[in-house]
Design a protein around this ligand. Structure first.
Ligand code: P6P
Length: 335
């Protein structure tokens, strides 16, 4: 069990040797994400304030042109990852195609690529609901010394070397895994350091919370409809509680702590659901499995899906293992 209250920096150094690829680069990569998270956190936390100050003109209080926060977050993560000269490629929800990084990287010598949703749930900012950044890290598969290709980004989720999220909520946390469990770090804004507050995070095998946008109910597959009715029945430990924040990171985080299931199924309106495989579902699935939870599209393990496009969407069911397996049972029975 990791000792609480150590800083993220101390934790990374102590656990660097446990990581099979360790060369310090991944540690530097996690550190660059830490820095970007603090910069974005500062901007997200004063979003309302900036709106007030923004009335004074087009400038925000740093004198920068007012930008949509997800565009701002995208820029900050890309700048930080590029300036640290650690990655050879980046893909982002905010970028149509992947970005080949060769700034100070003499002939593409860096080994890692990052896929990121810089500010998931950003529409919630206007109503002061928590949002998050989601990231996924792989080693490149094309030869070092050449520019990255789409092949480096279309790897199965089971090849991830690290994944995590930042949740900008009542407190700001960085939660990540390198394949050795899931650990959560809380930012102390007064000094700008992240402290290990949630060591070895795990999904309870069972939970009593289900998270789904029930406004889409009539469009869901029969298996999902019947699973939702199962959650609502007066029987055994049910009915469960329905909690849906509309922010994947927030619903996932609460379910991991309390136990629960999150579903964004396919529907007659969205044939493959809404969530993106590469920079939403795969990183959350890696975290879920590292926390003894489960993640599937209702039939197939998320991390075994072979991606074909950078921004492809998949149906997503994720959370407490026994709840996901019950939902999969309904999907098989009524498919
Ligand atoms: P809906 C945010 O846009 C997001 O990608 C997830 O964070 C969230 O769970 C989901 O979409 C909300 O989508 O269609 O229910 O509003």
């Amino acid at each position: 069990m990791h000792q609480k209250n150590k800083t993220l920096g101390e934790f990374i150094i102590e656990n660097q040797s446990a990581f099979k690829y360790t060369s310090g680069e991944l540690s530097r990569l996690i550190n660059s994400i830490r820095l970007a998270a603090k910069v974005v956190n500062h901007e997200v936390n004063k979003a309302g304030l900036v709106d007030i100050i923004g009335d004074a003109g087009d400038q925000n209080i740093q004198g920068e042109n007012q930008q949509k926060l997800d565009v701002y977050a995208n820029l900050k993560f890309i700048q930080t990852l590029t300036n640290r000269n650690i990655v050879c490629g980046i893909a982002s929800e905010e970028e149509d195609s992947f970005i080949s990084i060769n700034s100070q990287d003499e002939n593409h010598q860096n080994k890692y690529i990052v896929l990121i949703d810089p500010l998931d749930g950003s529409t919630n900012i206007d109503v002061n609901v928590s949002v998050g950044t989601i990231f996924s890290i792989y080693r490149r598969v094309t030869p070092i010394g050449t520019p990255v290709t789409i092949e480096d980004f279309l790897q199965q989720g089971n090849q991830q070397v690290a994944a995590g999220y930042v949740i900008y909520g009542t407190s700001t946390m960085l939660v990540y895994t390198t394949g050795c469990g899931v650990n959560g770090f809380t930012l102390n804004p007064a000094i700008g350091s992240f402290y290990l507050s949630h060591p070895n995070m795990e999904f309870p095998a069972d939970g009593k919370i289900y998270s789904v946008n029930e406004g889409n109910y009539i469009h869901f597959p029969l298996g999902i409809k019947n699973y939702i009715k199962y959650c609502q029945m007066e029987e055994d430990d049910r009915p469960y509680t329905s909690r849906y924040i509309g922010s994947l990171v927030s619903d996932f985080h609460r379910n991991m702590i309390k136990g629960g299931i999150y579903m964004y199924p396919k529907s007659s309106k969205m044939g493959n659901g809404k969530l993106r495989l590469l920079y939403e579902c795969n990183p959350m699935a890696f975290l879920a499995e590292q926390a003894n939870g489960k993640a599937s599209d209702g039939f197939t393990r998320i991390m075994d899906i072979q991606p074909t496009e950078l921004h492809e969407r998949v149906p997503f069911i994720c959370g407490s293992r026994n709840m996901v397996e019950k939902a999969e049972e309904f999907m098989r029975k009524y498919s």
